[in-house]
Design a protein around this ligand. Structure first.
Ligand SMILES: Nc1ncnc2c1ncn2[C@@H]1O[C@H](COP(=O)(O)OP(=O)(O)OP(=O)(O)O)[C@@H](O)[C@H]1O
Ligand SMILES: [Mg+2]
Length: 160
């Protein structure tokens, strides 16, 4: 019997350290050379930027990691220990005009290897290639986060 290519799992983040533990597992699953499109779904304040920061830190990115809300994209060089490639963090919340996709050079970014982390991917749904991993973050009344992860088997298995 073959394993299905797409798997799904549920996670519970009681707090940020719990999200950090997931980020560290995901970083390990992405090595030796992170090359994936990860979509972060969830309402305002769900923790999409926070998780992105935790993942980039887990991959060894140092220095300021800011929310890309106004610039739409922020790129980082990964250290040699994480393959030395590029990680690009997108926030498509204010993305509207599909021409911007071409003008901003996003087509080239998504065609090239590297790690892509996308907040509000639904706002660029017509442009984005298929994701390797989708995280659906649900904010609970007690401030914990319930997360459904859907994606490539090796990444989902790495999260468990
Ligand atoms: N896993 C977590 N556990 C507890 N609190 C969290 C967690 N993740 C984020 N937070 C808190 O929620 C706040 C909002 O998080 P964040 O900015 O990451 O949300 P977001 O999903 O990126 O929102 P937006 O859609 O506005 O970009 C943070 O300031 C942080 O204090
Ligand atoms: Mg954000």
């Amino acid at each position: 019997m073959h394993l299905p290519a797409i798997l799904e799992t549920q996670l519970l983040w009681a707090d940020e350290p719990a999200a950090q533990a997931t980020a560290e597992k995901l970083a390990a699953a992405l090595l030796p050379s992170p090359n994936a499109l990860i979509e972060l779904h969830g309402p305002l304040g769900a923790g999409k930027t926070t998780f992105t920061r935790l993942l980039l830190r887990a991959l060894g990115v140092e220095g300021r990691i800011k929310s890309p809300s106004y610039a739409v994209m922020e790129s980082y060089e990964l250290p040699g220990s994480a393959g030395g490639g590029v990680a690009s963090h997108f926030d498509f919340y204010r993305f509207g005009d599909p021409r911007e996709w071409e003008d901003a050079g996003f087509r080239e970014v998504f065609a090239a290897p590297g790690l892509k982390l996308c907040e509000w991917p639904e706002k660029a749904a017509g442009q984005l290639p298929p994701a390797d991993l989708q995280l659906f973050i649900e904010l609970m009344p007690d401030d914990s986060r319930r997360v459904r992860a859907v994606g490539a088997a090796h990444l989902i298995q790495g999260l468990k």
